[in-house]
Design a protein around this ligand. Structure first.
Ligand code: MZP
Length: 500
């Protein structure tokens, strides 16, 4: 046996030591853009994240809603693979289709309002399109839409200005008064048309709904969009049914795939990566993992992985270390893998991004992971707490919670994640079923987390992630100093726990 006598550490055992920061080192100047997939020296990665966060390949985390909202906020979700290939592909397709971007009426507009009222609202809000719903809420039935005339005509032949304002498609699809915004959107995408006229029952035209890519004015610059202006979405795969699953996912529009496995230093992953790249070439992007050391990283990088995930046993719902006695402290694993990634880059000129997966408890753990060399982090528990996770909100013992269960739990039964070529079943559990405290909408939380990351980067004198990785000074802390790091020797009035 080989003994590594140094203990493996977790994020909580490290702190960053501030470095010099100049007056230009302010949060507003910080960019947290980061590569998602590998690239050659001097070239740009095919996919770049606007924030260094992706959501875990888990039933209780990454469904359609999560994928849309995270992409809207600059990250990417990986839709869970522990469902049939058809169901997963359908989810991907729905995310790709949902590029609505219509602005729901935030007023109390109704069909009784005049066009002048609507235009006044448009001028006030600055929205280029306003959808009008019966009760003025985004979930209410949509009765019409008003778009900016000037903007709309600028996309058409100017000589057709007046005539074409409301007739950009000649085959008018007669929509019934009272469809919802999302139904209107489905019709647009299903019929591959650019707009949908909305009519009163008596046939009068009330307005139009436009495809998002027809109205790019509404885009948030931080949104994760690729060439057709649709949300970027990832999908989990496994090393068993990839020949059946991958074609369906690609056809549905998945932008990036990831082999979802609790332990990825195996020939199964190499075979899977080779099949995908031999079948589709390098344009199909696929991450692999998980590994916890240099050898594992090099194996997957050489096998063609487009990014490599690091982490075994550190996930909040994970009992792999207790069950099988395998794993490694997340910080130590990450530091070793990132050093191997840097050496590999020097030798080959190929940069393979590293994802730190699991075990992020506090927001500052994300900054630590980035400082240690991670390009982005994958989070399960963090996202499971938000409105957009697929699980219902409940009240348990007076606390509002959401359910969160591991892929290796009996509830998820994701046997393929733990498969070692045996029977197609989960023989023993490696994950638990749990609750996490409800934390509200993704957007508010992600914004706060990113603000903390940017502030800490400034403390370290860095305005980009590569600069942070280069400049960061990290120190191990003693158990006693961890106590010193929290509020201590005072009686706290309240603690909202919103950080975790
Ligand atoms: P966390 O963000 O909740 O700490 O960890 C999420 C990660 O835990 C996932 O991305 C995945 O790698 C891992 N995971 C998912 N299910 C299990 C399990 O059942 C697990 N053991 O370890």
């Amino acid at each position: 046996a080989i003994y590594i006598n140094e203990p493996a550490h977790t994020f909580n055992e490290y702190l960053l030591i501030p470095g010099y920061s100049g007056t230009d080192c302010i949060p507003a100047n910080v960019s947290i853009r980061t590569p998602l997939v590998k690239f050659k020296k001097g070239e740009e990665p095919a996919i770049t994240l606007n924030i260094p966060m992706v959501s875990a390949i888990m039933q209780s985390v990454s469904g359609e809603k999560m994928s849309i909202e995270l992409a809207r906020n600059g990250g990417v979700s990986f839709i869970y693979g522990s469902q049939s290939p058809e169901d997963e592909a359908a989810m991907v397709a729905r995310v790709k289709a949902k590029k609505a971007g219509f602005v729901p009426s935030d007023s109390n507009l109704s069909p009784e309002n005049t066009l002048a009222d609507v235009l006044a609202l448009k001028a006030k809000t600055g929205h280029s399109t306003i959808a009008i719903t019966e009760d003025g809420t985004s979930s209410g039935k949509m009765v019409g839409i008003v778009s900016s005339r000037d903007y709309r005509v600028s996309r058409m032949d100017r000589s057709e200005k007046v005539k074409n304002f409301m007739t950009p498609v000649d085959k008018l699809v007669k929509a019934k008064y009272g469809i919802t915004l999302s139904e209107a959107n489905d019709i647009i995408w299903d019929n591959k048309i650019n707009s949908l006229p909305v009519l009163y029952e008596d046939g009068r035209l009330y307005g139009f709904v436009f495809r998002k890519d027809y109205d790019s004015h509404q885009e948030n610059p931080n949104e994760m969009l690729d060439s057709q202006k649709r949300f970027v979405v990832g999908a989990g795969i496994n090393s068993r049914d990839y020949e059946e699953r991958v074609p369906l996912l690609l056809e549905a529009g998945a932008d990036v795939l990831c082999i979802d496995s609790s332990e990825g230093f195996s020939e199964w992953q190499k075979i899977t990566l080779e099949w995908i790249h031999n079948t589709y070439g390098e344009k199909v992007k696929v991450g692999a993992g998980n590994v916890v050391d240099r050898d594992g990283f090099l194996f997957l990088a050489k096998a063609g992985a487009d990014f490599v995930k690091v982490g075994i046993g550190g996930g909040s719902i994970c009992i792999t270390r207790e069950t099988k006695g395998i794993g490694r402290g997340q910080a130590t694993a990450l530091i070793e893998v990132c050093q191997a990634r840097d050496e590999y880059y020097k030798e080959t000129g190929i940069y393979v991004p590293v994802c730190s997966d699991g075990g992020i408890v506090y927001d500052h753990h994300i900054t630590l992971a980035l400082a240690m060399g991670a390009d982005f982090v994958m989070l399960g528990r963090y996202f499971a707490r938000f409105d957009e996770s697929p699980t219902p909100t409940r009240t348990v013992g007076g606390t509002v919670v959401k359910e969160y269960w591991g892929e290796g739990s009996n509830r998820a039964r994701n046997w393929a994640r733990y498969d070692l070529g045996g029977e197609k079943k989960l023989q023993f559990e490696e994950g638990v079923d749990s609750y996490v405290p409800y934390a509200g909408p993704l957007k508010d939380n992600v914004e706060k987390t990113c603000a903390k990351i940017k502030a800490t980067m400034c403390n370290c004198g860095a305005i980009t992630i590569p600069e942070l990785q280069q400049k960061a000074k990290l120190t191990l802390v003693s158990a006693t100093s961890i106590v010193e790091g929290g509020a201590h020797d005072v009686i706290r009035k309240e603690k909202d726990g919103s950080d975790r």
